[in-house]
Ligand binder design. Structure first.
Ligand code: VOV
Length: 248
């Protein structure tokens, strides 16, 4: 049996994607619409407070294309908190006008492939902490997609020796490093939690950089040979103070 890599696990993650029921929303009285928008705004303001207090993080984007209209990504120390938060969101008035499009449950993950040998507790390391309990940026654009590593007879990631996987992840990281300052990546693990094995959530102020990095990685063995991808969701940042323009 190949050796499983150890992982460090951070905040729990929930991606919620919805389509807006524009037809029903259009028939709603203006004052009722204002009320729904204000309620959603105060939900997002509470998220912002949690984010500022470093007790979790979140992001809210307008998805491009017909797969969804909005994506809400929330991070919290426990899955129980996310569960409660989802319920809170479901009880908002605007939720009656949102049709679930997709959801993804996972947990922020760092694999040990490139970890240095050390006696210190990695969870006490400030760099590790910044990765496991991250401040999600408010970049102009988001790109989210789930992915697997292949388990075919000839190309089976999980049957590769540890050293080979380490080499492949090193090469992968070297490509990623060229995008420092251009693309911020968050990898969440979802083995046993959702349909795919990882969620990839990227942020950038230039939408083209998503295409650049993902295309370049396609030629790298870790993706070229072993990557299997779900749907891609891209979108534009939707600040709380622009909700009125968005919904009206
Ligand atoms: C900004 C770019 C960027 C950078 C710097 C980066 C670096 C790194 C490093 C150093 C490591 C390994 C250690 C760790 O931290 O886990 C990883 C790990 C991982 N990555 Fe990555 N990745 C990036 C970006 C990046 C992208 C765009 C993708 C999607 C791949 C594609 O083809 O669409 C991705 C995927 C992953 C995954 C699924 C894992 C976990 C694999 C596993 O088997 O455990 N990643 N990644």
């Amino acid at each position: 049996m190949s050796e499983a890599v150890s992982t460090l696990d951070g905040w729990w993650s929930l991606h919620l994607l919805y389509n807006v029921d524009w037809t029903s929303l259009k028939t709603l009285e203006e004052s009722k619409k204002d009320h729904l928008i204000a309620e959603l705004q105060s939900f997002l303001e509470r998220e912002e407070e949690v984010h500022k207090n470093k007790e979790g993080s979140y992001s809210f984007y307008n998805v491009t294309g017909q797969k969804a209209d909005i994506i809400l990504w929330m991070l919290r120390p426990t899955i129980d908190e996310l569960n409660k938060l989802e319920l809170e969101f479901n009880k908002l008035g605007i939720r009656d006008y949102l049709i679930p499009a997709y959801s993804y449950v996972s947990v922020i993950e760092m694999s040990g492939y490139l970890a240095k040998e050390s006696d210190e507790d990695p969870y006490e390391n400030p760099y590790v902490q910044s990765r496991l309990y991250p401040e999600v940026p408010k970049s102009k654009y988001i790109c989210f997609y789930p992915m697997d590593k292949k388990r075919d007879l000839d190309d089976n990631w999980y049957m590769l020796p540890m050293e080979e996987r380490r080499r492949l992840m090193y090469d992968h990281g070297m490509i990623g490093r060229q995008y420092a300052g251009k693309v911020k990546q968050f990898i969440t693990g979802s083995q046993g939690l959702d349909k795919y094995e990882w969620g990839v959530t990227l942020f950038s102020d230039d939408m083209l950089e998503f295409k650049n990095i993902i295309y370049e990685m396609r030629f790298d063995e870790a993706s070229a040979r072993y990557g299997i991808f779900g749907d891609f969701y891209v979108g534009v940042h939707l600040p709380a103070d622009e909700l009125s323009d968005f919904f009206k």
